[in-house]
Design a protein around this ligand. Structure first.
Ligand code: GAL
Length: 622
């Protein structure tokens, strides 16, 4: 048991509804005095019940860096910041709120901490000291005074005695799980193993995904799918958007007879062409749905879009929802689902979803259900496939802690390319997979730069739900709807095909990386901080990442002819030319439109799974 090097500390009286109890997890030894080689002792972890909830306090070193908290879009190192962990889609600024906040972080002090709660906890990461704590602290001599706000705040932070303060509202206790380091990667891997090990996507899920126009009917879907095969666009997954439901918001979970008169035939024909079929839905059940009656007593006391909110923490609701999906869709050959709208948003004007004061038969309140809903939904759909002995892989717009084994990637309606890359970097700290999908684009260049990131990401997705023609035909939405082909369509088509072929060629390499995720908990895509922890510059990088063990990707953004790349110490090679590149420095690299800067760390391991020599006729690396 102690081999796991995971330690549980029970403080006060924890709530019944908590992630470990609901989702299951690995074993943990008790965190007694001296039991763990953590950077602090049991005595130094303090807690108290307060009117606002339960408060935990731990020591924090002055030089400590902190990473994690789930799918963060706005920052990488959270030391010196306050994180408020509320499920909130499309977060507009750096508060900690996101589609998939996770109450887990790793620290360069040599440990990871998971707070087992569905409450919207607030973490103060070295932002505050108790009264009197700065009394003895000497003011350091400053040679040159710099009077910017930034400099003064930074100085203040570095001087003060720091601690991590965690406020967990509406409860009288909590279980903490500590994960030993000493390295960040050790703690992250232990967390993933504790969660059940990383997911293993089926091979088709590692290829390229295309989501069809929302207004497409059965014939239009088949036409485009056939055209992809003729045009040698190697897509593996075809996704249908809301139009397939007879009622969309809320969902009927039955086919629209006018647009899709012969759904079984559609799925069969797509499968015969080598596509896996994915269906869009959300969990809110419309009165016209065959699921409505059976779920009525197993749902919350508020509606969303006129539909039931199934209580997915109640096993009866989960089983009914899953059994229906198995019968209606898995048996018909559907390979997976896109689980939309399972977050909620204070930032979006159409503030949907149930209130925090909602109650559910399982005993969860609305606040807890908001946190749990995305992952419960994923588990329910996974169970529909498991009931038929089948595997799945899908998309979800919300998640929580202990999600590592769940076969879903996250996506968002946010769209800033740099934020997408930062989310990719951050997701790897907490057992999440992120799909930086390609959607509408302001130009061909923007499309190609986003496609390059998508190809070097956990899931390559073109979400064309708003355009009837492929984006390589026309990126502008209005012109696409009008059927007008853009002038540089031939070039864009060629580059798109090359990148989709590249993704297909990378699948064996990716499969090996996911196998390691599953067996050892090592995230397949991750921040440089995890592999180069001692390198202070690498630790701060939020726009480069490791794609599998041996490739470093450095995406380029529209409007830029190249970028500054930092390579950690060591011998690297340019992915495209094979030229040696020395690490331990940063340099500017120009990036023609058909090149995303990628560097190979260890060519012999990559070569086992990827044929550099053959691919595109380039002689690369060997
Ligand atoms: C959004 C989702 C989009 C698309 C759309 C269809 O919520 O993020 O990807 O599916 O719904 O209504």
């Amino acid at each position: 048991m102690s081999d796991q090097k995971v330690y549980r500390l029970r403080l006060g009286t924890p709530e019944n509804a908590a992630p470990v109890r609901l989702f299951g997890a690995g074993e943990a030894a008790p965190f007694n005095e001296g039991a763990a080689s953590l950077p602090f002792s049991r005595r130094e972890v303090q807690s108290r019940a307060a009117a606002r909830g339960f408060v935990v306090e731990l020591p924090m070193r002055n030089d400590e860096d902190i990473y994690g908290f789930g799918l963060q879009f706005h920052s990488l190192n959270h030391a010196g910041r306050r994180r408020f962990l509320k499920v909130n889609s499309d977060p507009v600024c750096d508060t900690g709120e996101t589609h998939a906040p996770v109450p887990f972080y790793v620290s360069t002090a040599g440990y990871g901490l998971f707070v087992d709660t569905f409450r919207c906890a607030t973490f103060y990461l070295g932002t505050n000291g108790e009264r009197g704590s700065s009394k003895e602290t000497a003011e350091p001599e400053q040679e040159r005074k710099e009077f910017s706000e930034e400099a003064l705040y930074a100085l203040k932070r570095a001087r003060n005695k720091r601690s991590v303060i965690i406020e967990i509202p509406h409860c009288a206790g909590v279980d903490l799980y500590f994960f030993e380091g000493p390295r960040l990667l050790d703690a992250v891997s232990r967390y993933n193993r504790f969660s059940g090990g990383g997911c293993l996507p089926p091979r088709w899920a590692l290829g390229a995904w295309y989501r069809m126009y929302g207004g497409a009917d059965q014939e239009a879907v088949l036409r485009l799918a056939e055209q992809f095969r003729r045009d040698k666009m190697p897509f593996d997954v075809i996704g249908l958007e809301p139009g397939w439901h007879s009622h969309r918001y809320s969902c009927s979970f039955t086919w629209d007879a006018a647009l899709f008169p012969r759904p079984d035939e559609l799925v069969e024909r797509l499968k015969a062409q080598g596509y896996a079929v994915n269906l869009w839905e959300h969990a809110f059940v419309h009165p016209s749905s065959p699921l409505y009656e059976t779920l009525e007593k197993h749902s919350g006391n508020y509606e969303v879009w006129g539909g039931l909110v199934p209580d997915l923490a109640d096993s009866a609701a989960r089983e009914r929802f899953a059994a229906y999906h198995a019968r209606a869709f898995v048996d018909a050959g559907v390979a997976g689902f896109k689980l939309d709208e399972c977050d909620s948003s204070d930032f979006n004007p159409s503030n949907w979803s149930f209130p925090d004061c909602a109650s559910f038969p399982s005993g969860l309140d609305g606040e807890q259900m908001h946190s749990a809903f995305g992952l419960l939904y994923q588990k329910t759909i996974e169970a529909a496939f498991a009931a038929r002995g089948a595997r799945t892989f899908g998309l979800a717009r919300s998640s929580w802690a202990l999600a590592s084994p769940s076969p879903f990637a996250l996506y968002s309606d946010l769209y800033e390319h740099r934020q997408f890359v930062r989310a990719l970097v951050n997701a790897g700290f907490c057992g999440l997979l992120w799909a930086p999908e390609v959607r509408s684009c302001v130009s061909s260049e923007d499309f190609i730069r986003r496609l390059q990131t998508a190809v070097f990401s956990p899931l390559t997705l073109l979400n064309c739900w708003r355009i009837p023609n492929p984006p390589w035909f026309q990126t502008d939405t209005a012109d696409n709807l009008a059927g007008i082909r853009m002038a540089d369509s031939d070039t864009v088509t060629r580059i798109t095909r090359q990148y989709l072929e590249l993704r297909a060629a990378l699948v064996p390499y990716l499969s090996a990386a996911f196998q390691r995720y599953h067996d050892e908990g090592v995230p397949p895509m991750r921040a440089l901080a995890l592999d180069y922890q001692e390198d202070e510059r690498a630790r701060a990088i939020d726009d480069e990442y490791l794609f599998g063990p041996d490739l470093l990707a450095a995406p380029v953004f529209a409007g830029e002819a190249g970028r500054e790349v930092y390579l950690p110490q060591g011998e690297w090679r340019d992915f495209w030319t094979g030229a040696p590149v020395e690490g331990g420095r940063s340099f500017f690299v120009t990036a023609p439109l058909d090149r995303i800067p990628v560097y190979v760390k260890n060519e012999s391991t990559v070569s086992k799974c990827f044929d550099f020599k053959r691919f595109w006729g380039y002689t690369i690396c060997i």
